[in-house]
Ligand binder design. Structure first.
Ligand code: IMP
Ligand code: MG
Length: 174
């Protein structure tokens, strides 16, 4: 059995403040054409971030990337759908995901995008669990460095629950 921590690990207010800071930093340093967001986990972060960068004209597209079957452990093999319909050749792409964990999702996605001929690419994640990394990958923009804990809320789920919460919580075994 699992339950949510008594208090949020990151409050909604802290998230909103950080998202605005990140939006300003990205707008200043990367002139991008399109945000490519990985569903489902990144949906909330992506909409907030995109809205905060509205003055920098951009398009938005979503793909589905899944490596977690159910529960907390990644099954390792990444399944990506929706990429084949997009024409990203020559485009400057900002890849957005919720969290960088083992790094498998990002490293695979980035390789696929390079293969498709994107002209420039930067990655952005709300959270980074550096300790969990198994591949050599660093995101260009990181919202929060967090410890090796399983987190839910603000788009992130545990077996599809908790996604719609506006703050980030840790999940504890009871
Ligand atoms: P990676 O490929 O191992 O880096 O995993 C990235 C994906 O796993 C993220 O896009 C999330 O969907 C999911 N994930 C990793 N850590 C967590 C977590 O703590 N809570 C919920 N989902 C997670
Ligand atoms: Mg994900």
């Amino acid at each position: 059995m699992y339950r949510m921590s008594a208090k949020p690990m990151i409050t909604a207010e802290q998230i909103q403040t950080r998202v605005k800071e990140m939006a300003a930093e990205i707008k200043e340093s990367f002139d991008f054409d399109i945000i490519l967001s990985a569903l489902t986990g990144a949906y909330m972060f992506t909409t907030d971030l995109s809205r905060a960068m509205a003055s920098a004209k951009h398009r938005i597209a979503f793909i589905k990337a899944s490596s977690y079957g159910s529960g907390m452990e990644s099954c390792g093999k990444l399944k990506v759908t929706g990429l084949e319909k997009l024409d990203l050749k020559g485009k400057r792409v900002l890849v957005v995901d919720d969290i960088l964990d083992t790094g498998n999702t990002m490293i695979t996605l980035v390789a696929m995008l390079k293969e498709m001929g994107v002209s420039d690419l930067r990655s952005c994640v709300l959270m980074n669990k550096e300790e969990r990394r198994v591949v050599d990958y660093h995101a260009d923009f990181v919202g929060f460095e967090i410890a090796n804990e399983f987190v839910v809320g603000y788009g992130l789920d545990f077996n599809e629950d908790y996604r719609t919460l506006p703050e980030v919580w840790t999940l504890e075994e009871v």
